[in-house]
Design a protein around this ligand. Sequence first.
Ligand SMILES: C[S@@+](CC[C@H](N)C(=O)[O-])C[C@H]1O[C@@H](n2cnc3c(N)ncnc32)[C@H](O)[C@@H]1O
Length: 399
Amino acid sequence: MKIIKKVAGIPIFANMTRWENYIIAAEKIITGYNGSLPLHHYLKTFFKAHPHMGSRDRKRVQQLVYHFFRLGNWEVSLPLKERILLGTFLCEQAPDELLTFFKPEWNVAASFEDKLATLGLQWDATSAFPFAKHLSAGIDAERFTRSFLQQPKLFLRARPGKLAAILRLLEGNYMYEQIGANTIALPNGTKTELIIPDKSWYEVQDLSSQETGFRFHPKAGEHWWDCCAASGGKSILLHDLQPAIHLFASDVRASILENLRRRFAEAGLKNYSSKVLDLTSPALRASLPRTQFSGIILDAPCSGSGTWGRTPESITFFKAAQIKEYATLQKQIARNVAPFLAPGGTLVYITCSVFREENEEAVAFLEQECGLKIEESGIVSGYERNADTMFVAVAGRSV
Ligand SMILES: C[S@@+](CC[C@H](N)C(=O)[O-])C[C@H]1O[C@@H](n2cnc3c(N)ncnc32)[C@H](O)[C@@H]1O
């Protein structure tokens, strides 16, 4: 085919369909991406540098790239274009013009099993997800890895007393599902800020993340420390369960605590203190507002592997050696933080990881090295609910 021009490095071929140009753009993105930035940041920069692509083109090319990464390392020996089409075939459910153009014989509405039969391929969990041998107990590797083919949903948590008002705005106008007492699931990409005018009515928070809060049982007057608070998702959840607590939130990043302060202000949460703290520091005691807390939320820095349905590029670029690095950091933090749990108090250890080293092994460490008693622990499974998968353990200190 003859190149008629190049636009920002992408060849535009004579007599080429839109679909062929989409594939070429997706190939260029995939070959240029090295995993050092999150994919959505890379895509933003790429599209900025290629302004000739309209918003519909950008959206379609972006989908192709995500479909490709959702395959993980499965069938890596196929040519790039074939893997992009394969990912699209397995991820899409509705009739798709691009796929019809390239593969008219593929029935995109067929079941996963029928699609594999059409392709003459078998799903292999260990090549799709090279870290399968690290999975925590109770995770079905086959189902977990297949879940990467679907983008997780967007979940809202209705703040106390606001569910009915939010449902009135959604009813009849938007596709949504109510889950449990406070959760609303929406298609990913829904612009909630355009639907719900008051930001203090809800928090965007994954379903499994919301459910970790079932293990917080704060009582009025207690002192709680959210020691890896980030922008405060768990802190706001905790506060909504019991506003009359004394909340102390800390994180090692000053910038994320700025986000927390902004988010708390939007949520109308005023009664708290916050501080930048490095939990690996041996001088932690001197920096704390008190030395005994009734409750500690340790939402540890982790691989994030339970959330990779939202960032599937991580499957390709994550290195197994990083699991050990996170596990070491988690133990260091646990050892430093545990002494500040008051007798009779509760430490809730949370990760959004699916790896045993960050979950069960951290729990064994809390028990064996930190003198805590594990009351409950396990996976909060999201992979069959279009949600993230998390891990939560409740540890207590004897009186
Ligand atoms: C999983 S995130 C917390 C998410 C948060 N709790 C929420 O609900 O949105 C882990 C946090 O730990 C923080 N962190 C990492 N290393 C740390 C350290 N050495 N000391 C304190 N915080 C640390 C990170 O900055 C990150 O914000």
